[in-house]
Design a protein around this ligand. Structure first.
Ligand code: T1G
Length: 702
């Protein structure tokens, strides 16, 4: 079977793109489409043309795996194909199901019409790859939707449902029997006349007030946090309103090429494949089929349990929600209802979606009605005895095939599993708060967790819209184990003379949504004191834990809730607070710590290099399978700026030798046992190698 099949039906040439898994516009597909259109135009029996995708989607866009290879620029290039489509004397209709994304939608925009089934989605997600639509998307889409919609759609890269796309003018008709209705639509155009190509429809982009662009930059720009592509997208859409089509296209080409060469594009493409690679587990054979998960029970209806229940309900999986008593359950269900109503008020879901999602969550008062669940997820507070009691109950109450997951953020999976007769079915399913929003799902394997259980939870993670990453069983798994180096180091720097404002500014300019001290204030410090008390019990002899959090709590400054912590707060606005600085300086004096200043560059290194060093230790110990898995965890669980590719990719780009130098400094300052250099890192730097060489070095015993 060729990549593009040709068949004539009712005088319409149907070109079917058949290039699994996503019909990407590889050279073969582009050539097949070009040949197909030429053949259809030359055939006097053919009155019109339909382009359709086989499998689950229309066309997913340019073939990302071709980037940087000769094929990506080989003729017919996408723009050559588009010119052929627009010049066709016979109407061409794009028949869209699944998704039409990036170059796929841009090709469809050069068809004379677009029809779609209701469940289809369209979009220009190039910004998520550090790019902009390079095949005319920035100059054709606004001609259909107007500039304001195009600015939002292209700088966010969001998927637009077919019904909304129809309202916006991107899709001409919603159809039900895609191929037959597309053929009918094409014949109608052939009989009644074909609309002008999109490139010639200029009414929506003439006379646009230039203020629109300045306002958009000012408003949306706050969310771009260091990303370069969104600003370029605004520039090229603005050019579409002030220049001729061809001049605007030339400008788009120029900006596209510049972004293609950017570090951010390399980082974002790395991340794109990393998220998909993370779902592949080397020691889980490909023939192990995931178990179907048709219904789950969540134990615990608090913040985490409620968010986890919503994640499943939102993905169409019915959920039983269990808690200790009717009052707790009512409270939990009330919070869930309120969360959905907030989404409704923001327009992100419809009333029908609210009703069907909320309706999928069934509060249950006990363990005697769990015979129909395929998985249980425990989400109660971090107390081992309580978790073991719950797992023993679940072991009896759920069917033997059911998987038993725990949302614990750091407790020992094997110890929890030991309370059951099915340790092969027990796995960590660590969600991040708010669980209905945050994408990271850390699946944590115990020593007896089976391949089938792992395969099931990794597939389930994708099914519920998460980014699953498999972690080994250690304190803090992948993400939280690294997090302490970031937060504690911020406090070491405060003790030595840096200020909360300086540290948080550096972190936020780097791309973190919120700096570590502001985060500490938001999360609140009272609980942190208890966690630290436990951590101090196992602290290596060569390490001292800072006590600024303890001093803050003693002074009644527990964070935003008390309107004071490392900052003082006027509502949610954080303000530098001399009283916080006095407290920090007094503690430093008590500890006898010499004060000095820090450059921004040094703060950046001390905040983020230790993440890379600890990530390398996780690779050494097999806690993380790949360096790119750690990137996926940190982008989705902690807001590490995705346009850097994630901490490990970023560390390699800036130079692992720099990371090693910081590890040596911090090992000497904070204690070699936990802060000293990773052996793997030392070997990679010594041999001038990178993360891709790590598995071989680790397998050889470093
Ligand atoms: N090119 C190459 N491979 C791709 C691909 C693409 N565009 N999209 C997906 N894959 C691979 C992916 O790596 C995985 O491989 C498999 O397909 C299934 O993917 C000129 C320049 C379409 C919504 O950004 O959003 O057009 O792991 O697990 O969950 O302006 O894939 O199986 O080996 O994600 O069903 C713009 C990216 C490109 C769309 C399907 N297009 N893809 O989701 O499957 S740039 C995109 C997606 C561009 C133009 C510019 C999703 C999907 P493997 P998957 P899925």
């Amino acid at each position: 079977m060729s990549t593009v099949d040709y068949a004539v039906q009712s005088s319409v040439a149907v070109l079917t793109v058949a290039y699994p898994p996503v019909n990407a516009l590889s050279l073969a597909v582009r050539a097949g489409l070009g040949e197909g259109v030429a053949r259809a135009i030359a055939d006097p029996a053919v009155k019109a043309i339909v382009v359709i995708g086989s499998g689950t989607i229309f066309i997913a866009g340019a073939d990302i795996s071709e980037f940087g290879t000769p094929n990506s620029a080989a003729e017919p290039r996408l723009q050559t194909l588009q010119a052929q489509f627009e010049a066709s004397p016979k109407p061409i209709v794009a028949a869209i199901h699944g998704t039409a994304l990036g170059g796929g939608l841009e090709l469809a925009l050069t068809c004379h019409a677009r029809v779609a089934v209701q469940s289809a989605k369209v979009g220009l997600p190039e910004v998520k790859l550090g790019l902009l639509p390079g095949a005319g998307g920035t100059i054709r889409l606004p001609r259909l939707t107007g500039v304001v919609v195009a600015l939002e759609a292209i700088t966010t890269g969001r998927h637009i449902g077919a019904v909304e796309a129809n309202k916006l003018g991107i899709v001409d008709a919603i159809v039900f029997d895609l191929k037959a209705d597309a053929i009918g639509y094409a014949l109608k155009l052939a009989a009644e006349g074909t609309p002008p190509p999109v490139r010639d429809r200029n009414d929506k982009i003439t006379g646009v007030d230039p203020k629109v662009f300045a306002d958009f930059r000012a408003r949306a720009g706050k969310k771009w946090r260091g990303q370069i592509a969104p600003a370029r997208i605004v520039d090229v859409i603005e050019a579409a309103t002030t220049r001729s089509f061809d001049d605007a296209k030339a400008f788009e080409n120029e900006q596209f090429k510049a972004l293609m060469e950017s570090d951010q594009r390399k980082a974002l493409i790395h991340y794109f494949f990393a998220e998909r690679e993370a779902r592949k587990i080397p020691d889980v054979p490909a023939d192990i089929k995931p178990l179907p998960i048709r219904k789950v029970v969540v134990i615990g209806s608090g913040l985490m349990g409620g968010g986890i229940a919503m994640s499943f309900a939102n993905a169409g999986i019915p959920v039983k929600l269990l808690d200790i008593d009717a009052e707790a359950l009512a409270r939990g269900m009330g919070v869930i209802r309120k969360t959905y109503e907030t989404s409704l008020s923001r327009g992100s879901i419809t009333q029908a979606q609210l009703d069907e999602r909320f309706g999928r969550i069934e509060p249950v008062g006990g363990y005697d009605d769990l015979g129909d669940v395929d998985m249980a997820i425990e989400a109660v507070f971090e107390d081992m005895a309580l978790k073991q009691k719950i797992f023993a109950l679940l072991d009896k109450a759920t069917p033997p095939h059911a998987i038993l997951g725990t949302n614990t953020s750091s407790l020992d999976i094997d110890q929890i599993a030991s309370a059951t007769t099915r340790p092969d079915k027990v796995i960590g399913a660590h969600f991040f708060s708010p669980a209905n929003v945050m994408k990271l799902l850390e699946a944590v394997r115990g020593s007896k967790t089976s391949a089938e259980t792992i395969a099931t939870v990794m597939a389930l993670g994708k099914q519920i819209g998460k980014a699953p990453v498999l972690a080994g069983n250690c304190d803090g798994f992948i993400g939280n184990r690294m997090l302490q180096y970031y937060t504690v180091n911020a406090e070491y720097m405060l003790e030595r003379g840096a200020t909360p404002e300086q540290i948080d500014r550096v972190a936020e300019q780097f791309g973190m949504a919120m700096g570590p001290l502001a985060m500490r204030d938001l999360a609140g410090m009272a609980q942190a004191v208890n966690v630290r008390a436990v951590r101090k019990l196992t602290l290596p002899a060569d390490e001292r834990m800072p006590e600024l959090v303890e001093r803050m709590v003693e002074a009644g400054r527990i964070g935003q809730k008390s309107s004071a912590g490392f900052y003082r707060y006027d509502g949610r606005e954080r303000l530098p607070d001399p009283a916080a600085l006095d407290l920090i300086r007094a503690e430093a004096q008590r500890q006898g710590i010499e004060q000095r200043s820090f450059t921004d560059e040094e703060i950046l290194a001390r905040l983020f290099h230790p993440l890379v060093n600890e990530g390398a230790k996780e690779l050494e110990e097999g806690i993380a399978i790949r360096a790119s898995d750690i990137d996926v965890a940190w982008v989705n669980g902690y807001g590490f700026p995705v346009h850097t590719g994630g901490p490990m990719f970023w560390g390699e780009q800036i130079g692992l030798d720099k990371v090693l130098a910081t590890a040596r400094t911090l090992g000497a300052e904070n204690g070699q046992t936990r802060w000293g250099p990773s052996r793997l890192l030392e070997r990679l730097v010594a041999e001038g190698k990178g993360w891709k060489d790590a598995p071989a070095l680790i397998a050889a015993g470093l």
